[in-house]
Structure formats: C-alpha cells, structure tokens
Design a protein around this ligand. Structure first.
Ligand code: IVH
Length: 684
C-alpha cells in the first residue's frame, strides 16, 4: 500500500472500530466478537506504529477503558479498578520478566497463575461482615451500583463467613493479622474483587429458551453475564444463574503472597478457582498456560488466558503501576479463535461426484495459535448469504478441530476494488462445461473422470520416483482435495500447519512433519520435476534424457519439436506431446505458480552440461553485447555457477560489459578478478 492507501485504510479502520465500540459499550449491542474487534485494532495499531504521522488523539488505540451507563447510581471506587497488560507469547512473557527484574535487581520471581475468566469484573464491599454495596468496574474510577443484582448470585455471600479456630493460622497469618481481619469483620470494611461469569451450559439453555419465546439471543456467555448484572430488574438477572470467583482481597491485611490472599478470601466464604496454581518460575507458567490453552473447553465457563501475578506482595509497591495497569501482573492470553483477514481469491474444487466447492484463499492469518490460509465457503448460497466478494476483509473462525470458515464480511472496509465470486463456466480441472444440478444450489463438472484424473496427477507428483514427498500418500491427498486445500500440485507448497491441523488423522506433530517434508522438497532434480508433471509418454528415462539434453526448464520451454525429437530414441509422438505440454497456457501458468510458491529445479547431477563453473560466484555489470544479462545468468547457472547482485570478497569473477557501474570499482578495491565479455564467452 502506498501512503495514501494506508491513510485511507487507517481512517476506515478507526471508523469501524469506533462504531463497534459505541454499539457494544453504550448501546449494549454486539455485532462482532471481541477477538474479531481485537484483530482489527491490531491491524490499526501496526499501521500506526509503522506510520506514526497518521496517529490522531481520537484513534481507538489511544483509549483506555470505557464509560459507565447512566441508568445506575455511580460509585466512586476506593482504589481504581485497573486493567491488565496483555502478552501473547513466551517471548513477551520473558521480556516482561526481564523488565521487572531490572526494577528489583538480584531477585527471582515466583508466580501465582489464575485462569482469566471472561465475564464481568465487580467489586464487593462488606461492612461489619455484611454485603453492602457491589459495583461494576465502569471506567476504572467510577462504576455502577449493581448491589441488588449481585445479591441474586448465590456464590456471593450476603454475610462473610466466620473463620473457624486456627483456619487463618494454617495459611500462615500471624496473630496481628488475624486480629486485624476479625476487627474488620466486626466493625470495619472488607473489599473483595472478582469476576462474575455465566457457564456455557446456562448460556445454551437460556438461548434455547429465548429462541422458543422469540426473544433476542445472547451473543456469548460474557455478554450474558454483563447484561444480567447491568439489568435494571433483579428478577431477570436472577434467572441467569451467574457465578462469582474471587481474584483479589482488596483490603490490605499485610498478606505475604497473592496465593495467601486467595486462601484468606476462601476462608471468608468465597469461591476461588481450584485450577489456579502456584508456579515457581516462568517455565512452570508456560506449562500451565499451554495446558489450559488446549483444555479450556474443559472449564464450564469461558477463559481467555492466564493472569500471571508476581506472588510476593512485598514487591508490588516497588514494581508499581504504569499507565492502565500494574507491572506485577500480566494477562498471558490464549490464542483467539477468530481473526480478520482478506480474501485473495476463490478456488473451486471438484469433488468425487463432480460437485464444485468454493474455498477462500486468504492472506495468512493467525487463529487459535496457528496460521491458516484457507477457509471453506461451502456453496453459492453461503456466498450469497455472507455477501462475500474477492478482496473483502472477513472474519474467520476456527473453533475446536474444525475446518476454518468465513463467518462475516466487513463491508465498511471495502475499497471498491472487490470482485464478485462467480461459478466458473468451465471445470477448473478438465475444462468441461460446468452444469447446474437441477433443483439444488450445487454446480458440477459432468466429466466422470475429472476427480480421479486430478487425484492421480497429484499422487503422481508426490510419489517416490517423482518428487518423493514423505507422508504425502493418496489418502492424505484425497483428504486435502476434499477439504479444498489442494487443487493442483502448486497448492501443496502453500499448506500451513494450521491448514492441516483440523483434518482427520492429523495430530499437530504429523501436520508439522508434512509441512516440513513438502518444504524439504522444494528444490527438485530437473528430471524428477519433469517426470512428476505427468506429461503423456514421458517416463522416468525420457525425463532424464530431457534434463540432460536441455539442462533447464527454460530451455525445454523454448525447444522446438525438432529439437526435442532430435534426442536419441524420442519419437515424433513423444516430441509432439512434450512440445504441446510446454506450450499450453494452463501448464505454463502451473509452472509459474510452482515457481511463485518457491519450487526450484536442480540440474541433473553428473548429467547435463559439465559443471565447469561449480562453486564460482559471478557479478554482472555494464552492458553485454553478445547476449542479454538474463541469458548470461542462465548460462552461469547451467554450468553450476552462482550469480550475485552485489560484490563481496566471496565474488570470484566480475563480468564487465560496456560502461560498467560502481560494482567494477568495488571489485577492483577488493581485488576480485575482472573479466570482459570475450573472456566470459570463452568460459561458457
Ligand atoms: S486481576 C489490575 N485476575 O480481566 C487488574 N483479572 O484485563 C486486576 N479478569 O477487569 C484484575 N480473571 O475483569 C484479574 N484472575 C483474574 C481475572 C481477571 C478475569 C478480568 C477482570 C479485569 C480484566 C483485566
């Protein structure tokens, strides 16, 4: 994008993000998920980082916190309810630890890890042990009084529990501290903070009920919890059966650790997540995070990360606060299950019964911790329902182990360059006329051989005597075709671990292995490459002969039928077939795609031209007379040499044509051997 386009994109993103903010925070309406909105904010943030001249004070990236609704009485928090800083990788976490370590030199840290519940934060005040006032976070300084609604939550005690003899002592509190808590229970105030959440089960049941009653559905469990708490009628909030989990005992009783603080809250009658865990260092934190990232579905409610807290409370005042949150806590987020990306093109896949299925090929996007490039579009009805076009910015979703799908289009981000998605008139495989299946949405290729022929073509390319890609057998290939991930051989080279992950039989490890095996075979012996193309009449032996005679793909492409037929043993029919293949528009496009996807051919070792320039690096400068620069490069490479665009001490020869450039002088300085065109021609 040039500067003008970047500026336009930034303006569009700002407007769209702000629209969703208003809908969500002010009107309590939701159109897209948090993950999708985060993804847009992320794009904006990156564009602004790279182009700081376009940052304006009204950009959503400059905002901290939201503003409370007017319908409740406002409550000024005794101490601010802050936010957390986010981390997305072990590297981020290590950076954080390094940063805080600088503030307390010579100290090591241990941590208390809590699952980050996706609900609504509230603070509860108990006077003389009795629940007096509960408030939402609001903008962090002023919240809303939602006491009546919080009272409907059974896990919030209306009176704090009287500790039994010795309970506080057991968790390491001394006599002074115990007395302090008891006094607060009798005549003082105790403040507790935590998260109200709705379980997925309650969420599903409520939505079922609402659907039957024709009421609007809840967007997600978090919205269910938030909506319930900020509901003017406590009866309605009661039917939503929320839970409350503590994450802080805000009143200071001189606790030693955050873990101890949780234990004290538990004694006072609150629910503390039993999954929370003490971790003695960052590697234990990583294990905890990775386990719960994979197993978050096991929790009855939604979690979006791990809150990692410096456990030693003595360090908190030293580490302090910066901006919106404390330095001693970090939200180590789980990978989002939704993201935004752009659709680059739509490819049509022919299935076993000839039905054509559209797949979106997208700019790589990270979803659920992996990068994906493909998403299914199902059929023309789905395309119409989504209103999706090529070039659109879309929200993609990858839930659990299913193929990623496009769930929404963001039409406000259109540039005007988008194109309609149309069913191809001819089958993309065999060029038969595509027909519409009567009475159905589907279109199909009437050629009954089409699917099988394509599978055979793909399998042949990966087979032992051709390109030899380990682990890419017929069954896997069929799966890839069915899911719309692979249509021709060039598509193998765009597959990502994330694309393969959701397929049956693919554990993370085997997806990793296959992507690696394919990438390892990007440099292919020319003869294997030719054989792999599956040209009629060209077997392994003739592929070797072709490779030997011509030495490069470029030369084969240019060869005349006579030149090809001139190879010993090559008949007329064969020569025609080869010539025909390399002069077919579709085949040339395929070769181009292979090249674009990083596939390269190697000259046959021991065969072809003698590798007289093996190990030598050439730099070309000035104008050559007898041949073009491109031709010179091809020659050098055919003979085993390398061509570089810049001079260094590793350069063996500079070929200087007429009016050489600065490379000539640099070469002279470095003492590189400089030859003229005549000498060069002799060499080749
Ligand atoms: S500690 C200084 N602990 O995350 C911030 N927050 O992004 C104090 N949350 O508003 C919050 N689980 O709604 C903390 N175990 C946990 C949490 C948690 C969920 C939410 C909370 C807070 C938001 C901050």
């Amino acid at each position: 994008m040039d500067k003008q386009e970047i500026k336009k994109r930034i303006a569009k993103l700002k407007k769209e993000i702000d629209r969703h903010r208003y809908l969500y925070h002010v009107l309590d309406k939701i159109e897209i998920s948090d993950a999708a909105l985060d993804s847009l904010k992320n794009e904006l943030f990156k564009l602004e980082m790279d182009n700081p001249e376009f940052i304006t004070p009204d950009s959503p990236t400059q905002r901290i916190g939201g503003k409370p609704l007017d319908k409740f009485i406002k409550v000024i928090h005794s101490r601010p309810m802050m936010s957390l800083f986010d981390s997305f990788s072990p590297e981020d976490m290590k950076d954080w630890e390094d940063r805080i370590a600088k503030l307390v030199p010579g100290r090591t840290f241990d941590y208390y890890c809590e699952l980050k519940l996706d609900g609504l934060a509230v603070t509860l005040k108990y006077e003389k042990g009795v629940f007096r006032e509960g408030a939402t976070r609001g903008d962090g300084k002023i919240g809303e009084d939602v006491t009546q609604n919080l009272k409907t939550i059974e896990s919030i005690p209306l009176r704090l529990r009287e500790p039994e003899e010795g309970e506080f002592k057991k968790i390491g509190l001394d006599i002074g501290q115990i007395k302090q808590i008891k006094t607060a229970l009798e005549k003082g105030e105790i403040e507790i903070r935590g998260e109200t959440v709705m379980t997925r089960r309650v969420f599903d049941e409520l939505n079922k009920k609402y659907k039957k009653e024709g009421k609007p559905l809840l967007a997600n469990p978090r919205n269910g919890a938030a909506g319930s708490i900020r509901q003017l009628d406590p009866k309605l909030s009661a039917e939503r059966k929320l839970s409350f989990y503590v994450y802080a005992l805000a009143t200071d009783f001189g606790f030693k650790s955050h873990e101890q603080e949780h234990k004290a809250a538990e004694i006072l009658g609150f629910k503390v997540l039993k999954e929370n865990k003490y971790c003695k260092n960052l590697s234990e934190v990583y294990k905890f995070h990775d386990y719960w990232e994979k197993n978050r579905e096991k929790m009855p409610f939604e979690c979006d990360g791990v809150v990692v807290v410096v456990n030693n409370l003595k360090l908190w005042p030293v580490l302090g606060i910066v901006g919106k949150g404390p330095r001693y806590m970090m939200a180590y987020k789980f990978a989002a299950l939704e993201a935004t990306t752009k659709i680059k093109e739509v490819v049509w896949q022919v299935g076993r019964t000839g039905i054509l299925t559209p797949t979106a090929v997208m700019e790589p996007a990270r979803v659920g911790g992996v990068t994906i490039t493909h998403a299914t579009l199902h059929n023309m009805d789905e395309i119409k329902r989504l209103g999706v076009k090529i070039g659109d910015t879309v929200i993609i979703q990858r839930a659990g182990d299913v193929i990623p799908k496009v769930v929404k289009v963001l039409p406000n981000l259109r540039s005007g360059e988008e194109r309609e998605i149309r069913v191809p008139k001819k089958c993309p495989m065999c060029e038969s006329e595509v027909v519409k299946v009567p009475g159905e949405v589907a279109y199909r290729c009437p050629n009954t051989n089409c699917y099988a022929v394509n599978l055979r073509r793909l399998t042949h390319w990966a087979s032992k005597n051709a390109v030899d890609i380990e682990g890419l057998g017929p069954k896997i290939i069929e799966q890839l075709v069915k899911e719309g991930l692979v249509r021709d051989i060039s598509d193998f080279y765009t597959l990502t671990i994330g694309d393969l992950g959701p397929l049956e039989r693919f554990a993370e490890k085997s997806a990793d292995n296959l992507v690696k095996a394919i990438s390892d075979r990007k440099k292919i012996d020319l003869n294997r490459f030719i054989y792999g193309l599956g040209i009629r009449h060209v077997g392994e032996e003739s592929a070797i002969e072709l490779a030997k005679r011509f030495g490069s793909l470029e030369k084969i492409k240019k060869a005349s039928p006579e030149e090809i037929g001139g190879i010993y043993d090559f008949g007329n029919v064969m020569a025609k077939s080869i010539f025909g293949w390399f002069n077919d528009k579709h085949n040339l496009e395929l070769l181009e795609k292979l090249e674009k996807n990083g596939v390269r051919t190697k000259t046959l070792a021991g065969g072809g031209k003698k590798q007289v320039l093996a190990g030598k690096t050439f730099v070309l400068t000035g104008t050559l007379v007898g041949l073009t620069r491109e031709e010179a490069k091809v020659k050098i490479r055919e003979l085993g040499g390398d061509v570089s665009s810049s001079v260094s001490k590793n350069t063996d020869f500079i070929v200087a044509g007429a009016e050489p450039g600065s490379k000539y002088e640099k070469g002279e300085k470095l003492g590189v051997k400089i030859i003229d065109e005549k000498e060069f021609l002799k060499m080749i």
